[in-house]
Design a protein around this ligand. Structure first.
Ligand SMILES: [Zn+2]
Length: 171
């Protein structure tokens, strides 16, 4: 069994199985990981409040072997946002960021959002998209290839121009 201490940013929390929790966490050194917290070990009450989405925390995770599932052992909240705008950006970030690819720029971007909040919604989304490799400045509409992009569709992972987005909404 390997044990690992690191800093992590909680992107998402979901209930799995009967009463376990699965955390999606962007760590400083491993990148995005999924870590399960099992109720059987009575750990959930200790974690409660330390690992809500929008939290920057010191965490201890364990796994049986290199390719095994991470389990959450301990967490200590360092900073936490109350901003719904930040939580919404984190939800999209969770959908776009691949597993286990460390990215120090992404880490500091997410951490800065927790600590300082959102200055401009548009520029925060643009920075996130750029960090995951979708640069709004060079992007084209995913349907008609127009450069006048106005939307990003996280479901399809494409940019859209105003008229293609409008046509889509009619469907
Ligand atoms: Zn278009």
């Amino acid at each position: 069994m390997t044990e690992h201490f690191t800093w992590g940013i909680v992107l998402k929390k979901e209930l799995v199985g009967e009463c376990d929790l699965m955390y999606s966490i962007f760590t400083w050194d491993i990148g995005k990981i999924k870590a399960r917290a099992t109720s059987a070990r009575k750990i959930l009450s200790r974690l409660a409040g330390h690992l809500e989405p929008g939290t920057f925390a010191t965490i201890r995770i364990v796994r049986k072997n290199e390719s095994g599932q991470f389990r959450m052992a301990e967490a200590l909240c360092e900073h936490k946002t109350k901003s719904m705008q930040v939580i919404n950006i984190f939800t999209l970030a969770n959908d776009l960021i691949p597993l286990e690819q460390p990215d120090i720029k992404m880490f500091s971007f997410l951490k800065t959002l927790i600590i300082r909040g959102v200055d401009s919604k548009a520029s925060s989304y643009a920075t996130l998209l750029k960090l995951v490799g979708f640069d709004p400045l060079t992007a084209k509409c995913g349907i008609c290839a127009s450069k006048a992009i106005a939307y990003f569709s996280p479901q399809d992972i494409i940019f859209l121009c105003v008229s293609c987005q409008a046509k889509r909404n009619l469907r």
